[in-house]
Design a protein around this ligand. Structure first.
Ligand code: XIL
Length: 351
């Protein structure tokens, strides 16, 4: 009989009334909630609508990378990046810039230059890109993924192959990029962004030592980005919390910059084990909670938002997917509800 359900209904009603978008929850909680975006999809109403409704920050997934802006020496292409910045402005969203210096995915033409030329090219690039978006991009991933898993600096065109003339001087080339970016936009927050350095390990130790040294010597750095691509459903959440703790204790901000939680999938991108969706939701919730425990953890961002467009399939040769909070039809998944729950302002003291 219907009246028997009345108590349940009365209980659910206020919960439903309280349920808000991620953006609204995040706003009340004082944290930024962002996602990586591709301007090609903005013409799709469900894509643009979900993006503006659920997020208060966006980051170009590829449109501000070297190969997008400078595919060859003569070309400077800001079109796709501009479209994203304009979308963000039209919808009251912040923009995270990504990325000014990354050894991966550099266009081949850079390799033909001497260290002196590369130094000039990098400085001009930073001036051009940071200058163009001054006042519109609030935070930059100045340098991305410079360390290997053992905590050694990776070889790259900027570091030592041939490098910008600072090879053999450790992290000085990274420091130089931060100094140049700061000169162009002293108000932008400058981040070092890394993969696989979320928890406590040799790579995160190397990142920690570098940023501690930067802080001590007054190198203009404001934060560390932890990418958070979770591929195995077994993140070390305690270690991640400890790492966020030691970084924020330096007076740095932490942004979770590229979160996704990949699941084993079939050829149609459906999870092989439906129960994985529950585990995925728990992980989203646990990471959001680990971030929120630290005042200095100021942004949580996913690497895309709909399973329709996610880099994970490409990255894992289609073995994994379904990694994001919305399914391929933009329907919220359990992961969405877990994020919503984690972000919800706590009503009771001690909760
Ligand atoms: C990925 C994009 O998602 C893909 O579209 C592109 O083909 C390759 O790069 N770490 C980063 C991101 O910092 O820039 C990467 O993005 C994912 C891993």
């Amino acid at each position: 009989m219907a009246w028997r359900r009345l108590p349940i209904l009365l209980f659910l009603l206020p919960c439903a009334a309280l349920a808000q978008t991620l953006r609204q929850e995040a706003q009340q909680r004082g944290i930024l909630i962002g996602t990586a975006v591709n301007p090609v999809f903005l013409s799709e109403p469900a894509y643009a609508g979900t993006l503006a409704r659920e997020f208060n920050m966006l980051e170009p997934e590829d449109a501000m990378k070297w190969y997008a802006i400078r595919p060859d020496e003569k070309t400077v292409n800001f079109g796709p990046a501009d479209r994203l910045v304009e979308f963000a402005q039209a919808h009251g969203m912040k923009v995270r810039g990504h990325t000014l210096l990354w050894g991966g995915h550099d266009p081949a033409w850079l390799k033909t230059h001497t260290p002196e030329e590369l130094s000039k090219i990098l400085r001009e690039h930073i001036e051009r890109v940071v200058g163009r978006y001054r006042g519109r991009v609030f935070a930059w991933d100045v340098v991305n993924e410079a360390f290997d898993d053992r905590g050694a600096l990776k070889d790259s065109v900027w570091h030592n192959q041939p490098g910008i003339g600072l090879a053999g001087k450790g992290t000085t080339y990274i420091e130089q990029a931060f100094r140049w970016a700061h000169e162009v936009d002293p108000r932008a927050l400058l981040f070092y962004n890394e993969a696989g350095a979320e928890g406590m390990n040799e790579k995160s130790d190397a990142v920690y030592s570098m940023v501690k040294d930067f802080k001590k010597r007054g190198v203009p750095i404001d934060g560390v980005g932890l990418q958070m691509h979770i591929l195995d459903l077994k993140p070390d959440v305690a270690g991640i919390g400890a790492n966020i703790g030691r970084l924020t204790a330096l007076g740095l901000q932490v942004h979770i910059t590229e979160m996704d939680v990949a699941l084993p999938v079939d050829a149609e991108d459906n999870p092989l084990h439906p129960e994985d969706l529950t585990r995925q939701a728990e992980i989203y919730g646990e990471i959001a909670t680990a971030c929120l425990r630290h005042r200095g953890c100021t942004a949580l961002q996913t690497w895309g938002f709909t399973d329709k467009y996610s880099w994970i399939g490409w990255f894992t040769h289609k073995a994994k997917g379904a990694a994001l909070p919305f399914d391929r039809s933009y329907k919220p998944k359990p992961a969405y509800n877990a994020l919503q729950e984690a972000l919800r302002p706590r009503l009771r003291p001690g909760n």
